[in-house]
Design a protein around this ligand. Structure first.
Ligand SMILES: *Cc1c(COP(=O)(O)O)cnc(C)c1O
Length: 356
């Protein structure tokens, strides 16, 4: 731990009030949070504080211009009580990449890892071992300078909060292929985890939900002919035995689950194609029976199988396949993440035990 991290512990834990067998995703938070302020051109001494409200002026820029970015990551505990994370450096790099697009200052790597390691040690009882259990970690950065002039803030808060999570079963997921609204465009912010990207999806996603779909799979804004990604997940298609996913670009978020699945699948001899995916080819594959699977990939659900899709009023159901790639890859990835399997890729990060 750097001597620059200031820790203020809670007086009494609230963990005993939590029913760990019945957690709604992202609604219960741990005892502590990490906060670091940026002002006078630099990040100030980071702090760990009791979890609680942030005080801000109503004119703070985040409220008016949405200058905000976030990340989503998880920590796992194995049966020995050791804590692991999955490729956290990727999340650190990505929040700075997202921040750069929103004219925000890069965060300090040492502050990030010291803060995270200390926070996880302080709140380690909130991480349960066993299949499906994890701690969802939400780092975010917000513009806190007072004043409503439309220009980048000169002050920010970098915050990390944590929520215990259980395995996420989405049930039957039906999706709608977008043919009117768009999530992102060339030269835009689609590749960034920028808060406003998600707000902008809520309305078209609500319209889709009213029609009975769980999610929208976004298509390219120019032609709506290419499938890109879902709300907070990249999308994979299995045609015969080939796994296909769109290449990342400035419209598509470079998901850590996505790139790990590509490597994991390849390492097992699965044929993987990273190339633009035409709506027409997926419709055709569904019609001729060669479309075996479709699934979303992202940190929260890891892999979320899709059971059917609709494009321009035409609905298709996917067959139930035996030995689904989705089931197999999800199991392999989650076991690796939780230190229940070998890690030939070097993706696992062991959180050092720190006296706190
Ligand atoms: C977070 C996110 C993903 C998934 O990224 P992971 O690193 O795998 O969690 C995919 N698409 C969008 C738009 C996202 O916000």
């Amino acid at each position: 731990m750097t001597d620059t991290l200031k820790v203020t512990k809670i007086a009494e834990t609230k963990i005993n009030q939590v029913d760990f067998s019945n957690l709604a995703f992202g609604t219960v938070f741990t005892d502590h949070m990490f906060v670091c302020e940026y002002k006078n051109g630099k990040w100030q001494t980071p702090e760990i504080l009791p979890y609680g409200p942030l005080q801000m002026d109503p004119s703070a820029k985040v409220f008016h211009y949405g200058q905000a970015v976030f990340e989503g990551m998880k920590a796992y505990k194995d049966d020995n009580g050791d804590i692991f994370m999955f490729r956290p450096e990727e999340n650190f790099n990505r929040i700075n990449k997202s921040g750069e697009r929103l004219a925000m200052p890069a965060f300090d790597k040492e502050y990030f890892f010291d803060g995270l390691n200390t926070l996880l040690n302080l709140d380690k009882d909130w991480i349960k071992s066993g299949e499906g259990n994890s701690l969802y970690i939400r780092p975010f950065v917000i513009a806190t300078e007072n004043g409503v002039s439309a220009s980048p803030s000169s002050e920010y808060k970098f915050v990390i909060i944590c929520a215990p999570a259980q395995a996420y079963y989405s049930g039957q997921v039906k999706v709608l292929f977008a043919d009117h609204y768009s999530r992102s465009a060339d030269g835009g912010v689609g590749y960034a985890k920028a808060a406003g990207n998600y707000a902008a999806q809520f309305y078209p996603t609500e319209l889709a939900k009213e029609k009975g779909y769980n999610q929208v799979v976004w298509t390219d804004a120019n032609t709506h002919e290419y499938l890109e990604e879902a709300g907070t997940m990249n999308v994979f298609f299995r045609v015969n035995d080939t796994l296909i996913t769109a290449p990342t670009s400035d419209r598509i978020l470079d998901g850590i689950t996505r790139k790990s699945l590509i490597e994991l699948a390849k390492s097992q001899g699965i044929n993987v194609e990273v190339r633009p995916v035409k709506v027409a080819e997926i419709v055709e594959a569904a019609e001729n029976g060669s479309l075996k699977e479709m699934f979303g990939a992202g940190t929260a659900a890891v892999i979320s199988p899709i059971s059917g899709f609709t494009h321009k009023e035409k609905a298709f159901d996917l067959p139930l396949v035996e030995d689904a790639y989705a089931t197999k890859l999800k199991k392999q990835l989650t076991e690796l993440q939780a230190n229940r399997a070998e890690d030939p890729f070097g993706w696992r990060y062991e959180v050092p035990a720190i006296e706190v």
